[in-house]
Design a protein around this ligand. Structure first.
Ligand SMILES: NC(=O)c1ccc[n+]([C@@H]2O[C@H](COP(=O)([O-])OP(=O)(O)OC[C@H]3O[C@@H](n4cnc5c(N)ncnc54)[C@H](O)[C@@H]3O)[C@@H](O)[C@H]2O)c1
Length: 359
């Protein structure tokens, strides 16, 4: 097949491009180099054609889609910053353009695979340990976080247990999650309406080499590694007991391949995660070894307390996550040492403080 990969120079995109080329597909990448400071990164696989351009630009997207049989749509704006309209423009307009162009041209597409996110669950689902009520909490308020009350409490005043997120619900709150959810809904429903087989992938925090250093959303591994390489002491937000299911990149790539040819996946969303929950403190130990991070009880406004996905849906299609997280961490740190230009500290934490994201 001829396959368009938007954001194909990025982290998940470039690893997926490598795997698709290995399988014998022809690949076209559409990428505006925005997370690479305008330069083509050294991992660009030259067996793929490259169009440098913006996914929100109709003529550019139309050109990139010419003659393609399938599309992976990875290009996105991801951060904690407050330029809300940019999230809508990049994440929603681009997704709708794919369908607008395909419908106008009557282009037969075998599959559109859209990068959604675990972020669509927001604070997720909880079950009260006392009254047994199941509920979907709103985003935690600043008033609560200021008192260092990190956990979710039921209305009845008792502690509530986090439940693994299943694809059956969504509860997005921050600007990134809202636009990922809107893009996902748009893709799945418009795809179904116009017979364009579509799948949405709700990735958990993915880990591995080539992970972007350009946004605050890319998680603890990048942040801690960057601090280490710049002789700064890394900081743990909240109390470090947040649960996450960090996922090695090779499992994500395999998931992307599994849904390409399987018609059972059509018009559905799938969680893509290691399926293994660990606390941020445990993860910090895997990265920092014996370095003790700063713990001042600061927090990022908009973070979720826990984020762990149920992966039965994708496993039922034959996908099995096998990646080793410690290997992914070690490989990433070694790689980061070779990327000194992008791992230079430029005061992004100070900026996030200034705009009120870190409190
Ligand atoms: N990495 C994760 O942990 C993770 C988790 C959940 C969801 N996702 C989603 O998966 C997708 C890929 O994430 P990633 O980590 O590989 O991101 P990334 O930043 O590494 O890659 C994104 C690529 O898209 C390009 N891009 C950005 N805006 C563009 C635009 N307007 N036009 C054309 N190209 C543009 C960038 O230059 C970059 O190469 C994204 O949609 C993201 O929201 C990622």
């Amino acid at each position: 097949m001829k396959i368009l990969v938007t954001g194909g120079l990025g982290f998940i995109g470039s690893h997926t491009v490598d795997a698709l080329l290995k399988q014998g597909h022809r690949v076209v990448i559409l990428d505006d180099l925005s997370t690479h400071k305008g330069l083509v990164p050294d991992w660009y696989n030259q067996a793929a054609d490259l169009i440098v351009g913006d996914v929100t630009n109709p003529p550019t997207m139309a050109r990139a889609m010419l003659g393609v049989d399938a599309i992976y749509h990875f290009a996105a704006y991801q951060d904690y910053l407050l330029d809300f309209s940019k999230f809508v423009r990049v994440n929603c307009v681009s997704t709708s353009l794919i369908y607008e162009i395909a419908v106008a041209r009557k282009q037969a597409l075998h599959k559109v695979i859209m990068a959604s996110s675990q972020a669509v669950y927001g604070e997720g689902e909880y079950c009260c340990s006392h009254c047994q009520k199941t509920f979907y909490p709103k985003a935690r308020k600043d008033k609560q976080l200021k008192t260092k009350q990190w956990n979710i409490i039921c209305d009845c005043g008792h502690f509530a247990e986090y439940v693994l997120s299943r694809e059956t619900f969504s509860n997005p709150y921050n600007q990134y999650a809202l636009t990922k959810h809107a893009g996902e809904l748009f893709a799945l429903r418009t795809g179904e309406r116009f017979d364009i087989p579509t799948v949405a992938m709700r990735y958990s925090i993915t880990q591995g080499i080539r992970q972007s250093t350009a946004n605050g959303y890319s998680g603890a591994l990048r942040v801690f590694t960057k601090a280490l390489l710049n002789n700064k002491v890394p900081e743990i937000y909240e109390d470090g007991l947040q649960l996450r299911d960090y996922t090695p990149i090779q499992d994500v790539v395999q998931a992307n391949l599994v849904v390409l040819d399987n018609p059972i996946a059509n018009y559905k969303s799938f969680n893509v995660s290691s399926g293994k929950a660990i606390t941020l403190n445990q993860y910090a130990r895997m990265i920092l070894k014996d370095i003790e991070p700063i713990r001042e009880g600061r927090y990022r406004y908009g973070d979720t307390r826990h984020a762990v996905s149920d992966i039965k849906g994708l496993c039922n299609l034959g996908w099995v996550p096998t990646g080793n997280l410690q290997d992914a961490v070690d490989e990433y740190i070694e790689w980061a040492k070779t990327q000194t230009h992008t791992f230079r500290y430029y005061g992004e934490n100070e900026y996030m403080e200034q705009v009120g994201v870190i409190r």
